[in-house]
Design a protein around this ligand. Structure first.
Ligand code: ZN
Length: 303
């Protein structure tokens, strides 16, 4: 049987062309659409990345909406997301232990950017002096996040550096006005009522920046179990100071705080976004939207 020479030609064409197609954009690892693939550890960072990268990037978050990054268990698909990405953005300050191994397995040359670089962490005074990862709750700190992200994108994708810089400038202005707005809002709460009681200690940067006393039932990580003594202390504080509200969080189990609310008569003042933004497509699905929601909730409950 003779093999059709046309077919052989076709086969050779496929063999020759395939590597060229696969190689398209391969050198700089861009997607088929020419976009840069970014992976962020948490939704908060992912949103800032989207603001700077705009339509030049495809951005995903490993730890999804409403999930707790302190206790996150990687999903089977996560290592692939990391290995196929161009840049990985992490918070640092000991938040994402689970990402280190995936980055190591993805090969030695993965570009990993720690967005808190240049910031000094607050430390956990209750525990062993660990860095407190929740730096994003001082809006001024997120200007550092955004600037580090812009620098990384501009270095990686030089032809679009002007675009990233413009997005950064716009975003920094947005952060400045959010920061100023929070200050005027918090000023409406009587000073003696400026106490924020939450499930875990995610709001220490927020409290320091905007003048609220903060008390979390668990420490700076949800990994630590609340001790009976901590529960008792919190109940005493609420009764002593006649505090009217406590707050639960979208990414933390509310059970214990709800019990404290029953025990003390303090109402649950609302649910706050702590370590995750809200659902995509809602106003709270962005960092600035989630912070705005938190401030409105806090002021309404404590005022
Ligand atoms: Zn947290």
């Amino acid at each position: 049987m003779r093999i059709n020479s046309k077919r052989i030609f076709k086969l050779f064409t496929i063999i020759l062309i395939t590597p060229i197609i696969l190689g398209c954009g391969g050198k700089d690892n861009k997607t088929n659409s020419g976009k840069i693939r970014t992976v962020s550890s948490i939704t908060i960072i992912n949103d800032v990345v989207k603001n700077i990268g705009g339509d030049k990037i495809e951005a995903v978050s490993i730890c999804g909406v409403g999930l707790d990054p302190h206790t996150y268990k990687p999903k089977p698909n996560d290592p692939r997301l990391i290995s196929e990405s161009d840049i990985v953005f992490i918070n640092g300050f000991a938040l994402e232990h689970w990402i280190e191994e995936m980055v190591r397995n993805a090969g030695g040359n993965k570009k990993v950017v720690t967005v808190t670089e240049g910031l000094t962490p607050m430390t956990d005074e209750k525990g062993y002096g660990d860095p407190d990862p929740h730096a994003w709750f001082n809006v001024q700190n997120v200007k550092t996040y955004a600037t580090n992200i812009e620098k990384a994108l501009s270095e990686y994708d030089k032809p679009n550096a002007t675009y990233y810089k413009q997005n950064l400038d716009t975003y920094l202005k947005k952060l400045d006005s959010l920061d100023a707005w929070i200050k005027t809002e918090i000023a409406m709460i009587p000073p003696e009522k400026r106490v924020l009681i939450t499930s875990h200690d995610a709001f220490r940067y927020f409290g320091k920046a905007y003048g609220l006393e903060v008390r979390g039932l668990q420490g700076i990580s949800t990994e630590a179990k609340a001790q009976t003594e901590d529960v008792k202390k919190l109940i005493d504080l609420i009764k002593e100071r006649k505090l009217s509200s406590v707050f639960i969080e979208t990414s933390v189990n509310p059970k214990l705080l709800e019990e404290i609310s029953k025990e003390t008569g303090a109402t649950v003042g609302g649910t706050l976004f702590s370590d995750s933004v809200g659902n995509e497509g809602t106003p709270e699905g962005t960092y600035t939207g989630a912070v705005t929601f938190n401030v409105n909730t806090i002021v309404k409950a404590l005022k």
